[in-house]
Design a protein. Structure first.
Length: 206
């Protein structure tokens, strides 16, 4: 017989700081000991914290990202390479000024890297953004009315491709939903213009 899954109640685990996005966690070797790091973001400001376990995380420290891409940044995914460099993938929102609606936003996806456990980041540029004219200016969404964002990433087992899973908010009826893109992992230090989107059953350059 197939064993049945059993669900049990558990106490919630609260991450340090305020959160309104994905909060990537990763283990890394720090001063000879394994530590757990977490990136939390709120209101477009990312922070980092670390500790010996998920329920033993210290207070957050606001990180720096230079050159800053402008407006709000949410660091939503982090992958470390074999040399210990962290590669972060962020959601970056700009006001929908083209629609005359500065109270709504159009996100895009960028990349950055860190060599000091997430305290400071070097911006590597935008890797995914929606086409001009695809913003849903008449949308009644309270937050975003176009663009792409709200992402997660996964490095394949062979470390050949980084896959990016993201939401898209364009006005075309077939566009809203979750999409997938990929990038050759060897291109992680120069990712702009090197991401392909899965579309019509082929990988198309973005």
């Amino acid at each position: 017989p197939v064993p049945r899954a059993v669900l049990t109640t558990a106490s919630p685990l609260l991450l340090p700081g305020s959160v309104d996005s994905n909060s990537p966690l990763l283990w890394d070797l720090f001063e000879g000991q394994q530590r757990l790091f977490v990136m939390t973001s709120h209101s477009g400001i990312p922070s980092v914290s670390s500790g010996t376990a998920v329920d033993r995380l210290a207070a957050t420290t606001q990180v720096t990202l230079l050159p800053h891409p402008g407006h709000g940044v949410w660091m939503e995914a982090v992958v470390a390479d074999d040399q210990g460099t962290w590669y972060g993938y962020y959601h970056n929102e700009w006001p929908a000024s083209a629609c005359g609606r500065d109270d709504r936003f159009v996100p895009r996806i960028g990349a950055a890297k860190s060599t000091d456990f997430g305290k400071s980041w070097q911006d590597l540029g935008i890797v995914l953004q929606a086409a001009q004219g695809s913003t849903a200016c008449a949308s009644n969404n309270r937050y975003v009315i176009g663009g792409v964002g709200d992402l997660s990433v996964m490095l394949d087992a062979d470390k050949q491709y980084l896959y990016i899973f993201y939401s898209q908010y364009q006005k075309q009826k077939e566009a809203p939903g979750v999409a997938v893109a990929r990038m050759v992992w060897a291109d992680r230090d120069r990712p702009s213009g090197r991401v392909a989107i899965w579309r019509s059953e082929i990988w198309e350059p973005n």
